[in-house]
Design a protein around this ligand. Structure first.
Ligand SMILES: *Cc1c(COP(=O)(O)O)cnc(C)c1O
Length: 396
């Protein structure tokens, strides 16, 4: 029965019934026109969600991590330098992937809870007068700490330094849930996955690739076969795929975009901002704080809650799973045990969020933490009452 409960891990997210049904389909010949008909709206929809200008959408049978690998292996060569800030588990893993590919990663360390440090990035770019840095990697939403970085700011740093490195952005836990402006921010590769803002099961890496990144493929010598963008677009031209596509997931992706656009992307973003604020009101009422250091860094898709001294966030997550059948996210890496994470992205309503906050409180009480039952829920209720949902008022 606990499978009826919503999940509060920051991905995979809850799957709307309509998307589940769209994914569930009989076998279809992926070399037939029927597949092309299903694929085209998914590609066109991704283009709108990313707010791409020129460029190509690439949809691979993979996950977000495969999207990173595809971005790097299609555009760079062994020994190339990339610049990346490390401030959480996901920015760390992308750096690790680059190093294992034989890239030279110039790492800017920042405390966990901070975002991409713009001044340090600009400084590193200015110092690189020889133009060794081929790409700047940025994690838009660091899912381990609940921190949003300022991608427009990184673009300004590149421009201010007069540096022509490419800008690669991990938007796995932001795209489809928080505003993303590939064209406006001058992003060269944006990486998303199916199981977060797109509300699908895991299984697709979804990328936007700018013409500049595309051109870089001509000289890039890192080995690539399965992820080679050129094979993909060659096959696209005839409405197909270079190998067997995940047809059901692609049908689900088209449905996902239909749902997002039916609600209106701006309403989707507003809904996430509102539920995130309700969550933070609850956190404050518990006498706790988000791991994100300052309000402008607060993520709209996940809150990492710093637990009081002497408490262990992982114990709360375990108890929630065992006793109440509800999933929260554990702290990862440097903040293991020090935080637990409430994912509030994808298909989520006020009703669902309140159930999660209520269960978190019950677990705190069970564990003997000094929290009054109902305190966080009440704070969230007050905020939600006072701030009606744009989505529902428009539908009414
Ligand atoms: C989930 C996530 C990933 C990894 O994606 P997988 O689909 O698990 O490979 C990468 N980056 C961020 C920011 C994420 O939240």
């Amino acid at each position: 029965m606990s499978l009826q409960n919503p999940v509060f891990i920051p991905g995979p997210t809850n799957i709307p019934e309509e998307i589940r049904k769209a994914c569930d389909m009989p076998t279809l010949d992926h070399r037939s026109g029927a597949f092309a008909k299903l694929f085209a709206p998914a590609v066109a929809g991704v283009r709108r969600v990313l707010n791409m200008g020129q460029g190509e959408v690439i949809i691979l049978p993979s996950t977000g991590t495969g999207g990173w690998e595809a971005a790097v292996s299609n555009t760079l060569s062994p020994g190339d330098t990339v610049l990346a800030a490390r401030f959480g588990m996901f920015s760390h893993r992308w750096i690790d992937l680059c190093q294992r590919h034989g890239l030279n990663v110039e790492i800017i360390e920042a405390p966990w809870g901070e975002g991409a440090p713009l001044a340090a990035i600009e400084e590193a770019l200015r110092a690189d007068s020889a133009g060794k840095i081929k790409a700047v990697l940025a994690t838009h939403n660091e899912t381990a700490t609940g921190v949003r970085s300022d991608i427009a700011g990184i673009r300004r740093a590149l421009d201010a330094a007069g540096h022509d490195a490419m800008l690669f952005v991990d938007g796995v836990s932001s795209i489809g849930s928080m505003p993303f402006d590939m064209a406006g921010w001058g992003v060269d590769i944006a990486v998303a996955g199916s199981q977060k803002g797109f509300m699908l099961p895991a299984g697709l890496a979804i990328l936007g690739v700018s013409p500049k990144a595309w051109a870089a493929m001509d000289h890039a010598t890192l080995p690539r076969t399965f992820f080679d963008f050129r094979d993909m677009t060659k096959a696209y031209a005839s409405g197909g795929y270079p190998y067997t596509p995940a047809v059901g997931l692609i049908a689900g992706l088209a449905k996902s975009i239909e749902l997002l656009e039916e609600e209106g992307l701006d309403n989707v973003y507003a809904r996430h901002a509102r539920l995130a604020e309700a969550t933070r009101r609850a956190v404050a009422a518990w006498g706790m704080r988000p791991c994100a250091a300052r309000p402008e860094l607060y993520s709209d898709t996940v809150t990492a809650v710093v637990v009081p001294e002497g408490c262990n966030g992982t114990e709360l997550v375990q108890l929630a799973a065992e006793k109440y059948g509800m999933a929260f996210g554990v702290g990862l890496g440097e903040v293991a045990g020090k935080v637990f994470r409430i994912g509030h992205l994808g298909m989520l309503t006020d009703v669902m969020l309140l159930s999660g906050l209520a269960v978190a409180e019950m677990c705190m009480a069970d564990l003997g933490w000094q929290v009054r039952l109902g305190s966080g829920v009440a704070a969230a209720q007050e905020y939600l009452r006072a701030t009606p949902s744009a989505t529902l008022s428009e539908a009414a």
